[in-house]
Design a binder for this molecule. Structure first.
Ligand code: FES
Ligand code: FES
Length: 167
């Protein structure tokens, strides 16, 4: 089998996998990064969202062979060192998750949004998050948490003190 090199959460990985293997399979079954979830498998639900070179992508529908040499970030790499990402802190404070299954994908889409738009409106959020489904209907809390995280980021002097330390 061919070997593909990708960088995942800052670490170079060499994957000896079939050239048709979706990135999601490689992340979960080969690298053991099971935070990224399988939902529909056809790029419709957003549960499998990761970043490829900072852009949100449905990992169920991208082959490893198509992302060789690229930089991947998963939910396991969202925190900043030992500190929660501001979105993770906001998710806790707003108590967003219900069953939790969709939430890794929601967070990765939200992180991509805030990187491009640090102060999104409700309409901006609705557009950016439209491809991430939540069967538990946590949409209002997701929107609230994104605003909360944006406020953390925009009050940078307070943000570091508000986030929990993972260590
Ligand atoms: S599992 Fe990839 S979009 Fe649903
Ligand atoms: S929290 Fe249950 S599917 Fe979103």
């Amino acid at each position: 089998m061919p070997k593909y090199k990708i960088k995942v959460n800052g670490t170079e990985q060499e994957l000896d996998v079939d050239n048709e293997m979706p990135l999601l399979w490689a992340l979960r079954d080969v690298l053991g990064l099971v935070g990224t979830k399988y939902g529909c498998g056809i790029a419709q639900c957003g549960a499998c969202t990761v970043h490829i070179d900072d852009a949100p992508v449905r990992s169920c529908s991208v082959r490893v062979s198509d992302v060789t040499g690229r930089s991947i970030r998963t939910i396991e790499g969202l925190s900043e060192g030992s500190r929660l990402h501001s979105l993770q802190q906001a998710w806790i404070e707003v108590d967003v998750a219900q069953c939790g299954y969709c939430q890794a994908g929601q967070l990765m889409s939200a992180a991509a949004l805030l990187k491009d738009n640090p102060d999104p409106s409700d309409a901006d959020i609705d557009v950016a998050m439209a491809g991430n489904y939540c069967r538990c209907g946590t949409y209002n809390r997701i929107r609230s948490a994104i605003h909360t995280a944006a406020a953390y980021e925009n009050a940078a002097s307070q943000a570091p003190d508000l986030r929990q330390d993972l260590a």
